[in-house]
Design a protein around this ligand. Sequence first.
Ligand code: FE2
Length: 367
Amino acid sequence: MFIKAIDSLDEGLNIFWSDNSSSCYPWFWLRDHSESEEDLHPDTKQRQIDSFSKPVNNNVSKVWVDEASESVYVKWTNQLQSCLSFSLLKSMADPSLPQSNSIKLAKIWNTPSEINAFPEITYQELMSDGGIKTWLNHIQRVGFALVTEAPKTPEATKELMERMAYIRNSIFGGFSVWDNKLENPDDTAFTSLAIEPHTDGTYVHDAPGLQTLHCIKRDSIGGENQLIDGLAIAEKIRHEYPDAFNILCDVNIPGRYIKPDTYLEAHRPLFRVNDNGEVIQVSFNNHDRAPFRLENDLMGKFYDAYKIFHNLANDSSRQIEFMLDPGKVLTFDNWRLLHARSSLTGYRQLCGGYHNREDFESKLRSI
Ligand SMILES: [Fe+2]
């Protein structure tokens, strides 16, 4: 799209686009969004213009389009000048409420057979130029990625994680190494017990975005990991059980984590959606669900809806299963996929940690 013509109106600047649509941008908006060096810091892109403390002079002296610099210029009668790029104006051509990111470009899968192009990359590929892009695109598309042939050490795993961003701190520390023989485990994750499908951090306001796991020593039987696409379950429930979908979008389910001197609690619906109704986060941990009581009728409907989700997540046909052997590093989207683990006997040592969701998105935008 390019600009065919402009027209100055009382309410704003009308831009006629090459597809015969038009957009009228208010004068104050144009001034507030000026991208000139004085108004917007050229490096940080932070707003410098003071749009609010002084009375604004919206009287326009001249408006013109500069095809060469692909910008629209507005000269105000007080001699100040605003400049807006075609690309900004184009991206704002249709007014809408700002939206949280949906899980874009995701290829949902109801069964492992629906995953085409298994999301796998070797350690060497990942650590070479351009490897990180393949790795992150796998996670964005399918919700997880497996790095193979990795050195079986915590140091290499940490280095791999730091290719994306700093490692997030949490109640469990930052980058961690643990085994299933802790004397006083403070979470089922650190035992040999089976764990039902869940997402981590339903008890924190900002659940971890990605989780990375690497089993660096294994002398055990069992302990397979399962992954389930929560986004695929969301879409199935939306279409087949719309009332249940709405309840799971509306009820802020409390999650909690308790140990000596710690009592974390947060509330989030199972499906968090943006204003367009797109699912932006799936949160589910039946083990960590805290007590709450709704009106009896609604409580019954909630249980029915929650059970639909629970049973779909526990349907083994929806689960892709891995044995996490030393050398295979699994990273998955904790805002989309659920993970589970079978019980095990014997010994294993793991390492890994979390990344924040915004750091994953940041890297995707900037690579
Ligand atoms: Fe977990």
